[in-house]
Design a protein around this ligand. Structure first.
Ligand SMILES: [Ca+2]
Ligand SMILES: [Ca+2]
Length: 537
């Protein structure tokens, strides 16, 4: 400290960078897919997760962290926007256009919504998304905006995104054994990209990175090792074994190993004390294996009972977060991460929308319990919700009330005395029920699709910065629109092989000779590559 004070006046440039790095930690948000509350040993479960348990031991664990929705797409929207996802017209998993219409939801997150990555980028962060996206793109949705337009400098994602990485997308589906990076190597691939991004920005810019693996979502695919020598044969386990608990534990072990490698890699880069790691899941488990993955919390993925939304949460930042902390009292929610991270990094909040989350930085960093000053709300799938749970929920203090959108199926539980939600005490507590039920329904009436049709008359940030492709689907001629001065656009097949090589600054590509099907466009500019998909009719 003293030393840098002495050096500062003479080396303003270099020290300005260091000072910024000291105030603004790298932030890595590890967002596991379908991980149950008790998948980690440190959260009471029966499985072995030594690396994740060390992460928990060296930081702080929370017992009452909630996802804003018990399923992928809206959960991810909540983290991205800091807002309840139903406001943006996303209430269940994004699927085909027809399926989305049936669920009364949009095909993708509006890129004019607040974005945590974009907001941090405006404060000088380098930003990257590595892993599953599922906020638009895939199936027959071809018009989802590029991940770049949400404020990410770099990205690599899967089929369920507007920018599928060809190495992960050899076919028109979420995974295939013909993918260059095998299903069981995906987490390693995303960890490699995370470490590479940190390494390239070290000493220059602080990083915000989404590390959003496909694990531990079904199918549980692993590299079969038939002779048991620790080296896989290169073949996936048979399809009828891909939901078994024995397969799940193999995938969980591999995930744990890769996160261990990430933490070691951050240490090796000398960035441990400059890096805040947040670890959690997007929604509860499936299958739940008789409650082993939820510590007997009721329900699972796709339900508003605790098993669907209460998830493991770890914050790790050596030197800033004291080790061995466990906070069982404070209620946190995924919508809090946006304002909390803005607070920690000294980043101004966007002022065009009111965020639903709260700045919980003091709890996150210090573990000091604070009551939540306002209730939390959930909505899941007005029409498609699993009938095992009502569609709307509210948590206010120790009380949690669930109710259907039509006012039916009212259930009340006390989270202090009955967090397993065994006994509905709605009729035994009429004054609580008559307060919370209208509150929940009123919230739903106000929030449901509130900004679903919102359009901005301000030019959307960087929509055209990377690439816009039209028409799509395409008959003969494809038009490219990009703000890059120098670029090259090639057409690749789904195996990533170039079939129409790019020419400099070409804005129209004749695709009349291509067979019907789905192809990638690859834009190369300033030593970066961006991918978009199009369909040839
Ligand atoms: Ca999920
Ligand atoms: Ca072997």
């Amino acid at each position: 400290m003293n030393q840098s004070k002495w050096i500062l006046p003479f080396l303003i440039g270099a020290n300005a960078t260091n000072a910024v790095a000291a105030e603004k930690p790298n932030v890595i948000l590890i967002y596991i897919d379908d991980m149950g509350f008790a998948d980690l040993t440190s959260f009471g479960g029966p499985y072995q997760t030594p690396n994740l348990d060390k992460l928990a031991k060296d930081g702080i664990r929370f017992a009452q962290y909630y996802s804003a929705c018990p399923i992928s797409s809206p959960s991810r929207v909540a983290v991205t926007t800091g807002m309840y996802p139903t406001r943006w017209g996303i209430n269940t998993f994004l699927q085909t256009r027809n399926g989305n219409a049936n669920a009364e939801q949009n095909d993708f997150l509006n890129n004019a919504a607040p974005s945590l990555a974009r907001t941090l980028k405006q404060n000088g962060y380098a930003t990257a998304h590595f892993g599953k996206w599922h906020m638009g793109g895939g199936r027959d949705v071809y018009n989802a905006p590029s991940i770049a337009t949400y404020g990410f400098d770099e990205f690599s994602s899967t089929y369920e995104s507007p920018n599928p990485d060809p190495k992960l997308t050899s076919t028109n589906w979420i995974w295939a054994n013909s993918d260059e990076v095998k299903r069981w190597d995906r987490t390693a691939y995303f960890v490699d990209k995370t470490l590479d991004f940190l390494s390239r920005n070290k000493g220059n810019k602080s990083c915000y990175i989404n590390l959003w693996p496909d694990d531990v979502h079904t199918p549980f695919v692993f590299n079969v090792d038939s002779d048991g020598d620790g080296v896989g044969d290169g073949n996936p386990n048979p399809s009828n074994t891909r939901e078994l608990e024995s397969s799940f534990t193999i995938v969980l072990t591999e995930l744990d190993k890769q996160i261990g490698r990430l933490i070691q890699g951050i240490k090796d880069l000398g960035l441990e004390e400059e890096t805040l790691i947040l670890f959690t899941s997007d929604n509860g488990p499936n299958p739940r294996y008789s409650g082993k993955r939820t510590l007997n919390l009721r329900g699972q993925k796709s339900q508003l009972y605790e098993g669907g939304i209460r998830l493991p949460f770890i914050a790790h930042w050596p030197g800033k977060i004291a080790p061995n902390q466990y906070n069982s009292q404070s209620v946190l929610c995924s919508v809090d991460l946006f304002p909390t991270l803005c607070s920690i990094t000294g980043t101004p909040l966007p002022n065009d929308f009111q965020l639903d989350g709260l700045d919980r930085s003091s709890i996150l960093l210090g573990g000091v319990h604070e009551e939540r000053p306002q209730p939390l709300f959930w909505q899941f799938g007005k029409f498609l919700a699993d009938p095992k749970s009502p569609h709307i929920a509210v948590r206010d203090g120790d009380w949690k009330l669930l109710v259907d959108v039509d006012g039916g199926r009212t259930e009340l539980y006390n989270m202090k005395t009955d967090f397993l939600e065994t006994t509905n005490v709605a009729s035994a507590n009429p004054e609580v029920t008559s307060r919370l039920k209208p509150m929940a329904l009123q919230w739903f009436g106000q929030a449901y699709r509130q900004y679903a049709d919102w359009t901005s008359d301000v030019e959307q940030i960087s929509v055209s910065q990377v690439m816009r492709v039209f028409p799509n689907p395409v008959g003969e001629m494809l038009n490219i629109h990009t703000a890059f001065q120098t670029y090259k656009v090639s057409v690749l097949n789904l195996s990533g092989e170039t079939i129409i090589p790019g020419k400099q600054q070409e804005s129209k590509i004749d695709v009349s000779a291509l067979n019907k099907g789905i192809y990638f466009l690859m834009l190369e500019s300033e030593n970066k590559k961006y991918y978009s998909k199009f369909i040839k009719e």
